[in-house]
Design a protein around this ligand. Sequence first.
Ligand code: FUB
Length: 373
Amino acid sequence: MIKHSKLRNVLFFLAVSGVFLQACQSNKAKQEQSETGASDSTSSQESLSKPLVSHIYTADPSAHVFNGKIYIYPSHDIDAGIKEDDEGAHFAMRDYHILSMDSINGKVTDHGVGLDIKDIPWAGRQLWAPDAAYKNGTYYLYFPVKDKKDVFRMGVATSKSPSGPFKAEPTPIEGSYSIDPAVFTDTDGKTYMYFGGIWGGQLQRWSSGKYDANGSKTDLGKDKEPALSAKVARLSNDMLHFDEVAKDVKIIDKEGKPLLTSDHDRRFFEGSWMHKFNGKYYFSYSTGDTHFLAYAIGDSPYGPFTYQGNMMTPVKGWTTHHSIVEFKGKWYIFYHDTELSGKTHLRNVKVTELTHNADGTIALINPYPTKKL
Ligand code: FUB
């Protein structure tokens, strides 16, 4: 009898503390969501795709097909305990992990650290969205990182394997600045780097041709003037340098007028990508503070590109960043959201199919199909 009542007391205590713990945990999760501004409204909505990996946080997936396999070059998000701000200080990444897959729904292999910030002699902080390319037996990893003066520059590292490890060149690419390199090799073998990002990506601080450390934290603040453009530069034969001064990637509307700074729903913010389909050049990008993935079409890798519309509606989390690749006759878009963490700086990469319509436009993707657009 005594034993039984003791047992009952123990069970009662365990049940009460279990309920208490659960309540604490759910309050903590809610508090974290509201602290980070992560949207609650989509949390109950079903996602179109599942995170490709969950043992680490990954973002900004640049996908390429090398040797018949898909290789993904993402950012590796970490929680560095840095307070969130508009310049993205909380994105304090320190290395890259390269992922690969034999098929779209197949197993994903994490090849471990492909490049560490400590092995980049000129790097200061924040290893952001990379991209990769292949030429003549060598793989090239292009990466933006702030130098020791806190200015974003682009670096390049090489390897004999698409999965690394990569060895960084001793200095940044001359003439490079800002963030988000996207490297595209055209059918004639010429390779181009598209890059740039406003706000924390610092593009607005280069408008005079030189870096202005006291420049704006957002854009040029001239709403009625053309928006800042992404940049494009052809790469040298050895893939290690710019072969020309970077030029503007002009985005125009259907009347031929440039998109304006005030046009936050359509203007370029960051996250350039280039793919070629049916002889046309598709420049796609993030609209940043309005959270769309948009695209524009041109007849040359230099543009101008005519704005067409959005190809993906906003994902969970503040940032949206993608790549587009053809694999076994189908087109795919790699992207990220914050499904796993609910925190804007701890993201997870995903993939879904992308469709080119018969007229060359791209079918709009809703990453949460149960959410009405
Ligand atoms: O991952 C850091 C930054 O967030 C990237 O460079 C941007 O494109 C955005 O995704």
